[in-house]
Each structure stands twice: as C-alpha cells, then as structure tokens.
Unconditional design. Structure first.
Length: 165
C-alpha cells in the first residue's frame, strides 16, 4: 500500500497525451494498487496515471459499484446527454457543470492484459469520460458549461443531505 502525491493543475504532466501500456508486469499491478489507495485516501471516485505523474494510459474508478482498473481504455460508443457537477482531485476547491454522454461503452484491458468491454450510464459514464479525458491532457475545466460557486455547492450538499433523511 502506498499513497502517491497527486499532481495539481498548472503542472505540465496533466497536459500531456499519455502513452499506451505495453508491459503487463508487477510494476503495472503495483501502480494500479497505489492509484486505488491514493484515490480512496483522497475520497475521489477516479484517478489516472498523469494525476500521479505517470504518463501512461491507466485509470482506476470506483463510483460505488466496485473498483475498476482500466488499462488502455477507449470509449467506443456514446449515447444521449447529461449535465451535472464535476470536481477533480487535481483541481482542488473548484467545481463546474459539465455536459457528457449519458451512456458510454468502454473497451480496456485488465491488469493481466485481458480485454474487457463495459457499458455504463449516468454518474459512472460521467466518471469514465472525465478520467479518460485526463489521458489526453484534457481537464473538465476546459469543457465545463460554467463554474459552480462555493455557495451553490453548499446548497447542493445541504439538499442532498435532506434527501437522505
Ligand atoms: Zn480529474
């Protein structure tokens, strides 16, 4: 278990196009495990290579449906549209409204190099789009419809808590 340092906006590493993974070895497994530890530690739902300074096409995602480790992921199909709030561990203290597809099909390899096809929707689809953008040097702030103020975010949190009661 190792928590890695999260790279923040302003660092060039977040703006590079990442290279594909070719070797499915122990080092890759270690990297994916460290990324998962780092994501959970930071209370995030996704993290990719460049966010820990590794310019390879790897991502970990857990939106509450279990941990997914994706190597060389590609979105092969997009359907519909959704608008919602996003934040990013590499852009601390900010949030924005971003429009994304509502359903995506993603093809990737697991940590052993086995091919996987996965169709996800709603928040999971949003997370996949956000995370995969990172692999091409794109951040959500580049494509958000608008920034969400702290006040507006607090109101959103309060309302979400009311819904839980
Ligand atoms: Zn992000």
């Amino acid at each position: 278990m190792a928590i890695r340092k999260i790279v923040e906006i302003g660092d060039d590493k977040l703006r590079k196009v990442c290279k594909p993974v070719e070797k499915f070895d122990k080092r890759l497994k270690q990297l994916l495990d460290d990324m998962a530890d780092t994501m959970y530690h930071a209370d995030g739902v996704g993290l990719e290579g460049p966010q820990v300074g590794i310019l390879r096409r790897v991502a970990v995602i857990d939106v509450g449906e279990g941990l997914f480790k994706m190597v060389n992921p590609v979105i092969v199909e997009r359907e519909g549209e959704q608008s919602g709030m996003e934040g990013c561990l590499s852009v601390p203290g900010r949030r924005g409204i971003v429009t994304r597809p509502n359903v995506v099909t993603v093809e990737y390899q697991d940590e052993n190099g086995e091919p996987v096809t996965l169709q996800v929707s709603e928040f999971f689809a949003r997370a996949v789009c956000h995370e995969l953008d990172h692999l091409d040097g794109v951040l959500y702030v580049d494509k958000m419809d608008r920034e969400v103020s702290d006040e507006e975010y607090q109101k959103y949190i309060d309302e979400a808590e009311e819904d839980d009661e």
